[in-house]
Design a protein around this ligand. Structure first.
Ligand code: PLP
Length: 376
């Protein structure tokens, strides 16, 4: 009996849509509770486990957001505003666009899935980098479309020329994370505009700026600056805003384009507490940017220490670093045994690379101690 068969002998994979055969679930960073279970540990007593595996912000959200979360809790017996009117209004004013140019989702992950599902189906193609964010490929397969994975130029950077050359009559969507996860590379807005200028006007181009707040000064503002009819810029409250657990992401694009995507959106996809928290977090953007700067300072400290140890793979943009080790799998497993969860990049075919989220200064100190034993 296969894993998809039940006790009645029904194989549910056979009953499902054909593309389900090609899908495997996304593997997230290992939760602390899972590590404790796997290692037979309880969390009542030390060791203190440090998770640096999901590119979360160790400083959490601004205090105003925590207060809004507590206040909103008394309202949870009510449905949320399905249009998230108040949040859209503050985002629209923040970005200098109209409210109908904003699409909200349960994390930017849902926004990406909605966009791909709306514009790509059987017979269509979605173009992304081979080492682009994994969700692009998963959402493409789920939609029944064909994924075109373009190899990176130097093993790490998006090959924008290669992606433009991959466009043909089948292509409907292109996805580019800038900065990219997991490789940490970044393109300038000038490079991106040059790329956009080469594309057919009807192509939906998603520029995923999940890590944009960490590079805000260096990259500059893309909204209102980059131009293409099908341009969609996605952002999230999961990273710099410290609200990963509440799941708030959004897209900024043409209103008519988003009106199509809204047909696919379930009515209450953004929960009531998430809406309140995001509004409050946005009102304290100065706090968020100050913490993002703290994270980047720690990132640079780690990168220079690891380069000194001969372990750095390449400097990254965002809130993570990449290290290189021929025994990457053993390294990850060994550090888990010492209470530190890192992210193997084997699922991206980067067998000798490990992605590490920048933690609190004391967590980063501990990381350096543990990695010292792995320097060759
Ligand atoms: C490049 C990129 N885009 C999108 C996401 C999705 O984030 P969320 O769904 O939490 O907004 C992530 C999460 O790690 C990411 O790395």
């Amino acid at each position: 009996m296969s894993a998809s068969s039940d006790d009645n002998g029904i194989d549910w994979l056979q009953q499902a849509v054909p593309q389900s055969e090609c899908l495997s679930p996304y593997v997230p960073g290992k939760p602390v509770a899972q590590l404790l279970r796997e290692r037979g540990l309880t969390d009542e007593i030390p060791p203190h486990v440090i998770k640096l595996a999901s590119n979360e912000n160790p400083f959490g959200p601004p205090p105003a957001a925590m207060a809004a979360i507590r206040d909103a809790a008394s309202e949870v017996h009510r449905y949320p505003d399905g249009n998230a009117t108040a949040l859209k209004a503050v985002l629209a004013s923040h970005h200098g666009v109209n409210a109908d140019q904003i699409l909200l989702g349960n994390g930017s992950n849902e926004v990406l899935e909605l966009l791909i599902r709306s514009f790509a189906g059987v017979g269509d193609a979605v173009i992304y980098s081979q080492r682009g964010f994994m969700v692009y490929a998963l959402a493409t397969i789920a939609a029944g479309a064909d994924g075109v994975a373009v190899p990176e130029t130097d093993g790490l950077s998006h090959d924008l020329d290669g992606m433009a050359a991959a466009v043909n009559a089948q292509s409907n969507v292109i996805c580019i994370a800038n900065p990219n996860n997991p490789t940490g590379t970044m393109h300038t807005l000038v490079e991106l505009q040059r790329f956009l200028d080469r594309l057919p006007r009807h192509l939906v181009v998603i520029i995923d700026e999940a890590y944009g707040d960490f590079v805000a000064e260096e990259l500059g503002e893309s909204i209102g600056v980059l131009h293409h009819p099908g341009l969609v810029i996605t952002r999230t409250f999961s990273k710099a805003y410290g609200l990963a657990g509440l799941r708030v992401g959004y897209a900024v694009a043409d209103a008519a384009l988003l009106a199509v995507v809204n047909r696919f959106r379930e009515p209450f996809n953004l929960n009531l507490i998430a809406q309140a928290a995001a509004i409050a977090a946005l009102s304290d953007r100065d706090w968020v940017l100050a913490r993002a700067a703290d994270v980047v300072a720690e990132q640079k400290r780690l990168e220079s220490a690891l380069a000194g140890m001969g372990l750095l793979l390449a400097p990254c943009h965002g809130n993570f670093i990449l290290i290189h080790h021929p025994q990457a799998a053993e390294l990850v497993s060994e550090l888990e045994g010492q209470g530190m969860i890192l992210r193997s990049l084997a699922p991206y075919g980067m067998w000798d690379a490990v992605r590490i989220t920048v933690g609190l200064p004391e967590e980063n100190d501990r990381l350096l101690v543990l990695l010292a034993g792995w320097a060759e």
